[in-house]
Design a binder for this molecule. Structure first.
Ligand code: 1Q0
Length: 213
């Protein structure tokens, strides 16, 4: 499952480590790369999650376009993007109208999903061997992303989670060796994901961007 086309989940997760600069800024390119890897993993779980990966791909594409467009250097880090878009009036703060796909609101959606990922991986790492992945996934989703989703999406997501394999199959299919070794890898990768999440959260809170439409 996780090894489709030589895919390695470890590589994907450690990419988040390379997001942080010395000045504790979040680099856009590895952030986008990390999400692309996660989407590849998601696709390997089957078409049942394609409604999720489609949305993630759309958002990744929006950010890639900024990174290859005329103002690409303004999008080098999440920090420089926030400064630039706010100073240039490129963010819809109340209603989605003139700038429906700003970098700020797009990253906010991925940032919320990163919180879900953080909770889910932590749950996988610390749960009992016989835990149900679907339950761990539903609980982490309800504690994070679900708060921003309408009923119909929550319903579709929780239905899809039921198709997830058991915890040990899941860990084994990550192709990192035994479930224990996979758990160790998660323990190494998680602090970096948490750090990226916290820095982005603090930045968005400071600029009052946590509720962008
Ligand atoms: C393992 C199973 C993963 C299941 C993914 C959980 C997330 C469910 C999210 C449901 C999103 C539904 C689609 C549309 C949502 C949008 O409305 C919403 C808001 O955007 P907008 O433009 O309408 O305001 N979009 C989002 O909230 C963004 C959602 C992005 C989700 C990206 C998920 C990428 C998943 C990666 C799987 C990683 C699994 C790693 C497991 C590691 C195992 C050790």
């Amino acid at each position: 499952m996780a090894d489709v086309e030589g895919f390695c989940l470890k590589k994907v997760l450690v990419v988040f480590e390379s997001c942080l600069t010395e000045k504790q800024e979040v680099l856009m390119d590895p952030y986008i790369e990390g999400w692309k890897g996660l989407v590849r993993f998601l696709n390997s779980l089957g078409t049942i999650f394609s409604f999720v990966s489609k949305d993630a791909v759309t958002k990744i594409q929006i950010m890639e376009n900024f990174r290859s467009g005329g103002q690409q250097e303004k999008y080098l880090t999440v920090q420089s993007m926030v400064t630039y878009e706010l100073a240039s009036g490129l963010v819809d703060l109340k209603n989605r109208s003139e700038h429906p796909n700003s970098g700020c609101r797009t990253i906010l959606r991925l940032h919320r999903a990163l919180h879900w990922l953080q909770l889910f991986l932590e749950a996988l790492r610390t749960s009992q061997e016989d835990s149900k992945t679907s339950v761990l996934c539903t609980d982490s989703y309800n504690a994070s992303l679900a708060n921003y989703h309408p009923w119909i999406i929550r319903k579709a997501a929780t239905l899809a989670f039921c198709a997830l394999p058991t915890r040990n199959t899941f860990l084994e299919n990550m192709n990192l060796g035994s479930p224990e070794e996979a758990v160790d890898m998660l323990g190494e990768a998680l602090p970096h994901i948490c750090k990226v999440y916290e820095i982005t959260e603090a930045l968005y809170a400071k600029h009052k961007l946590l509720d962008l439409p």
